[in-house]
Design a protein around this ligand. Sequence first.
Ligand SMILES: *[C@@H]1O[C@H](CO)[C@@H](O)[C@H](O)[C@H]1NC(C)=O
Length: 454
Amino acid sequence: MKLKWPNIMFIGFLLSTVAVTFSESESSESESSESDIISRFQQYLKIKTNHPSPNYKQSSEFLISEANSLSLHSQTIELVPGKPLVLLKWVGTSPDLPAIMLYSHTDVVPAEHDKWDHPPFEAHLDSDGRIYARGSQDMKCVAMQYLEAVRKLKQWGFQPKRSIYLAFAPDEEIGGHDGAEKFSLSRVFQDLNVAIVLDEGLPSPDANYRAFYAEKSPWWLVIKAVGIPGHGAKLYDNSAMENLLKSIESIQRYRASQFDSIKAGLKAIGDVVSINTVFLKAGTPSPTGFVMNLQPSEAEAGFDIRVPPTVDTESLERRISEEWAPTWRNMSFTLGQFKQKMYGRDASGKPAITKTDSSNPWWALLENAVQEAGGKLGKPEIFPASTDARYFRNLGFPAIGFSPIANTPDLLHDHNEFLHKDEYLKGIKIYESIIKAYASYDEHEIDERFKDEL
Ligand SMILES: *[C@@H]1O[C@H](CO)[C@@H](O)[C@H](O)[C@H]1NC(C)=O
């Protein structure tokens, strides 16, 4: 059949109308859902879950209502009264396969309101697209990105093979003892049959995302020197101050050697022992300050040391007892509670490290999934501080620290913590890709396919 001009024009008109209508409805839909996505993030940020009295009731209610809107199973677990952990579940089609755990903490550190350009609990979106709030990086972003990614996957009709758990835990910022620690040891957690835990990472100042496979252990060291007191005008050896200062000099040299290897680009922060002087305590008080003509008989200094699991701890302990606090220099030392508790070690006393080689399929899956979503992972790192991930690693579960935040300054615990909305939205796409890859992963199926190829 031959079409006459008017007919062709009519069809053309119809097509263009359809096209216009379609693209309009698509763009208005994505715009409205984008503003919905941001506004849900803002709602969570506005909940004051800051210490010392986090409002866990409100955060739990909010998370449960999100879960309901997504038709996820939900339960609230109170292993310690008043400290709820919200656990959501998206049931997989092969629920016998070990599950995926998307983990986050609900609490945030306090904020000094007067030092912020925008109030820390108003989640102000500025004209550049930055969202200012305590928790915007650490780690309410990740919690909501998990949920938004699940929302998108559900909209597309994606069916996870493995079950997916989302855990929102209290108290990470005060050590996680009533949160992750008790949860990891609970019957509830053991029954979940978890294969892999995802927890928080750190923002990256460049385009590569950061991912963490282990973390440093804090050693809180206090060294103390005692000596003969004396007149402030007298020169003599072995005063408490002199002996303490000798140690501090030695510690400073060690600190510089560690720091130099970072400055030279040879090592990352996670690979070296960091050591910082956090207090000095000495002097004889007077009504106006300190007595100036007296050399005191006691002097103390405190250090926050962070030790990577790759470091030989015995030699570090020797360094402390032989160089930094030797008894022959009339010195003594104490190491904070974490040291005694075999922090960051598994049951056999070995460093708790998640493998990043081919023995751990979850690492490669993460790398590929991030890449497929248009991102890139940097070299695997050791987390310089502590996260709840250690409790799971200590029990032998692989756990990866990852927050999809690139091109952003690290403002964890800092004033004016912010996240750009585009970076947040990109992070949701990254999680869509990761959740899809993780929830679909079935080693047996791959084996089968491999057999076919043979
Ligand atoms: C340690 O203390 C003793 C007793 O006060 C003193 O005789 C000695 O010189 C001190 N040694 C050092 C190295 O400070």
